[in-house]
Design a protein around this ligand. Structure first.
Ligand code: SR1
Ligand code: MG
Length: 402
């Protein structure tokens, strides 16, 4: 019989005490369950009289956001932990450290990042993160390059991919991002005032064609180990530092899916700005900053990725002149397409974003929803013809005119 059960606060404290070197001997510990995500329990264990603390994240055997009617494999806790360890080995400054785990109880003990802010919250508050693009560009370039056939022994990659077979979480993405928004589904969730937009999504066959191409890439293109859910709620930030968390959706997929997740979520915040900024000047400043950040994310990814390719390439055929340019240009097209899909799903699908849903004014919220859909659709429609990030900015401008 499995020993799995959801931990209670006292058990979390005992667990924390068993991690060597984390708390002073005889420290008095306190514990709060602080999980506010869609899927897991999160225990914050702190010492009463010192600044020592840790996080224990435990999976429950169903999707918390929906309830026990949506069972989910506990193996996602192992996948998340192995992904954290793999990413930490490649980017130690950008990923929390794992201190312990149990696959049977589906928990991971890790570094507490309480002094950081979830990036989505920071962006809603209008905070600038001048180092973010550089950090996330480096994170994506290193984690994607060194787990791809370019930077990793190809037989070892196949073995590693076997540790990241993640059917339940991939199914969530396949349904919620690449299918439900384009059909009638009980998973969908949108207010009546944008029912016309949802109806248009269901009948737009040229758009479905582009989504089908992107979906096929997600299903079949095992290019590199992805984070798999790299939205701004999976990133902790301060103005100086960045930490990427929550890789439970990790699997071997197309690189552009991660890059598109980051850029799509910056663009969701961009679409929300008229609902958050107090005056026109602030709005214009923040919008310009967000577009610049999106562009810098791509530029930092691209320059790091090309540098790794030039310095550390293992695959001989990939030295063929012109191949690097071709490869990078394909990632950019995928990035745009996946960014668009991610924007659309957050407006009409099951799981939304606070950037848009918590805009207080009804009219401003509706305008943000329509703007996000217009940008998302334009990126998906035209992703295959994109040749530079400038093209993406042009598509954004076209979508938001008039
Ligand atoms: C049922 S889980 C809904 C969403 O939350 C996660 O963060 C993923 O984005 C998933 O699609
Ligand atoms: Mg998550």
């Amino acid at each position: 019989m499995s020993a799995y059960h959801p931990l209670n606060a006292e058990e979390a404290i005992q667990l924390a005490k068993s991690i060597p070197g984390r708390f002073p001997d005889h420290a008095e510990l306190e514990c709060r369950e602080i999980g506010d995500g869609n899927l897991n329990l999160v225990f914050h264990v702190t010492a009463k009289n010192t600044a020592d603390s840790i996080i224990i994240k435990q999976a429950v055997p169903y999707a918390k956001v929906v309830g026990e009617s949506w069972p989910l494999s506990l193996d996602r806790a192992r996948i998340e932990r192995v992904a954290l360890e793999t990413q930490y080995s490649l980017c130690p400054n950008l990923v929390p450290k794992v201190y312990g785990y149990s696959d049977e109880l589906a928990y991971t003990v890790m570094e507490d990042l309480s002094e950081y802010t979830i990036m989505r919250k920071g962006l809603i508050e209008g905070i600038a993160y001048p180092k973010f693009a550089e950090h996330i560009g480096e994170f994506m370039a290193r984690t994607l390059f060194y787990t791809s056939d370019l930077g990793m022994n190809q037989q070892e990659k196949k073995v590693l991919a076997g540790r990241f077979v993640n059917p339940d979480l991939c199914k969530i993405t396949e349904d919620l991002i690449f299918e439900d928004p384009y059909r009638e589904s009980s998973n969908n969730n949108y207010p009546d005032h944008i029912a016309d937009e949802a109806e248009a999504l269901r009948t737009d066959l040229p758009l479905h064609f582009e989504v089908a191409l992107l979906r096929e890439k997600f299903l079949t293109h095992a290019q590199a180990l992805l984070h798999g859910d790299l939205h701004t709620g999976s990133i902790f930030v301060t103005p100086e530092s960045t930490k990427v968390i929550d890789p439970e959706f990790a699997y071997f997929g197309p690189m552009g899916f991660d890059i598109g997740a980051v850029i799509g979520n910056l663009l969701l915040n961009y679409a929300a700005q008229p609902g958050w900024s107090q005056d026109e000047y602030t709005q214009a400043t923040r919008e310009a900053r967000l577009l610049e950040m999106a562009s810098d994310v791509w530029n930092h990814f691209e320059s790091n990725f090309r540098m790794l390719w030039n310095d550390d390439l293992l695959d001989e055929m990939s030295r063929t002149p012109g191949y690097q340019d071709y490869y990078v240009s394909q990632i950019l097209k995928d990035t745009a397409g996946f960014a668009g899909c991610k924007m659309i799903r957050r407006i009409v699908g099951l799981s939304h974003v606070a950037d848009i849903d918590t805009i207080a004014d009804d009219t401003a919220r509706e305008a943000a929803q329509r703007k996000a859909l217009a940008i998302g659709k334009n990126l998906v429609r035209h992703h295959r013809s994109i040749k530079s990030f400038e093209d993406i900015l042009t598509l954004i401008q076209q979508a938001t005119k008039g």
